[in-house]
Design a protein around this ligand. Structure first.
Ligand SMILES: [Zn+2]
Length: 326
């Protein structure tokens, strides 16, 4: 086993991490535990959202043991903090880019650019526009509506975030938002949002458009668009703060993404002609697979859940195998 991937809570739990997102404090309190198992980001004096080349957390990368005990996988060879991988799917689709999409949708309403009516009416109008855009551009969209819950906006003071079920819908929403924001009159706030969206799309397109190995020149462009996304996202968050709006949350996953970008930069710094894509640690296929099994387990008796789920899986597998053979 070379590495473990999954969402952040499971990494923190299995790894028995002292430092993880749950240790986030409102400000850089002197006793802040730090949010990252790879560095001291989030501790006092080490702001985790600092994306500059001089960010202080960079000097602490892999220098401090993050474990509070001996976890169940600690006996494996090559066990180290890097064994527990941040992955693009959880950091981007289910993380910071869902924050971007949720906030960017809500900002359209803040600025009165989503039509008339109350919030649910405006969200429905935006959803209808998104459906039209996606169908015209043949982009799969799984969500069946857009509600306050789905953008995490139960009240205006909430930080919006795309809470739709399918991570792929974050990509669809961001592509729609790039189209939507391109039509606006440029002003500092919306321009930062637009550039964050464009860079996020470029970053994801770059990663998912390649296989396991990426040519150095392409990897260079991908890491640059990732860094530009972070920079413009933080700029948009700053504008929102000045306007006293709770938009573009500086969530810990922003920091996890910085490590993914840093991984690409470190690989490029070796002078290699080809670098391995961080997509190798992504979990979309596994998540889809587990989702299907989970669905089967809901349709069986709770007393014999294991045996019946396996039997149903075997039956489904055979059905597909038969089709494939013929
Ligand atoms: Zn870190």
């Amino acid at each position: 086993m070379m590495a473990m991937k999954g969402d952040w809570p499971i990494l923190a739990k299995v790894g028995l991490m002292e430092r993880f997102f749950g240790r986030k404090t409102r400000s850089n309190a002197a006793n802040a535990g730090g949010i990252c198992h790879l560095c001291l980001g989030g501790q006092d004096g080490f702001p985790y959202h600092d994306f500059s080349a001089e960010a202080r957390w960079r000097t602490t990368y892999l220098r401090h043991d993050p474990f509070k005990g001996v976890g169940p996988l600690a006996c494996l060879p090559h066990h180290s903090p890097m064994f527990y991988r941040f992955d693009v799917f959880h950091c981007c689709h289910k993380g910071i880019m869902a924050e971007l999409a949720g906030s960017a949708l809500v900002v359209l309403m803040d600025l009165g650019l989503a039509g008339a009516g109350d919030v649910p009416t405006q969200l429905t109008a935006l959803y209808n526009e998104m459906v039209t855009f996606c169908s015209r551009n043949r982009i799969p969209l799984h969500m069946t509506d857009l509600t306050r819950q789905l953008v995490n906006l139960m009240k205006d003071a909430d930080y919006p975030c795309g809470a739709w079920f399918k991570g792929a819908d974050t990509s669809a929403a961001c592509r729609f938002l790039e189209f939507r924001y391109a039509q606006l009159e440029p002003q500092a706030y919306t321009q930062a949002i637009y550039e964050a969206i464009c860079s996020a799309n470029q970053f994801l397109r770059g990663l998912y458009g390649h296989g396991l190995w990426i040519r150095a020149s392409d990897a260079q462009m991908i890491q640059a668009s990732g860094l530009k996304f972070v920079s413009q996202y933080v700029t948009a968050a700053h504008h929102a703060l000045v306007l006293e709006k709770t938009r573009f949350k500086l969530a810990p996953k922003l920091h996890a993404l910085l490590h993914i970008i840093q991984y690409l930069r470190d690989e490029l710094a070796t002078g290699a002609q080809w670098v391995q894509s961080p997509i190798q640690w992504s979990t979309q296929q596994d998540e889809d697979f587990v989702g299907k099994i989970s669905k089967l387990s809901l349709a069986v008796s709770s007393r014999t859940v294991h045996a019946q789920t396996m039997a149903k899986y075997a039956t489904n597998f055979w059905e597909h195998w038969k089709d494939w053979k013929s």
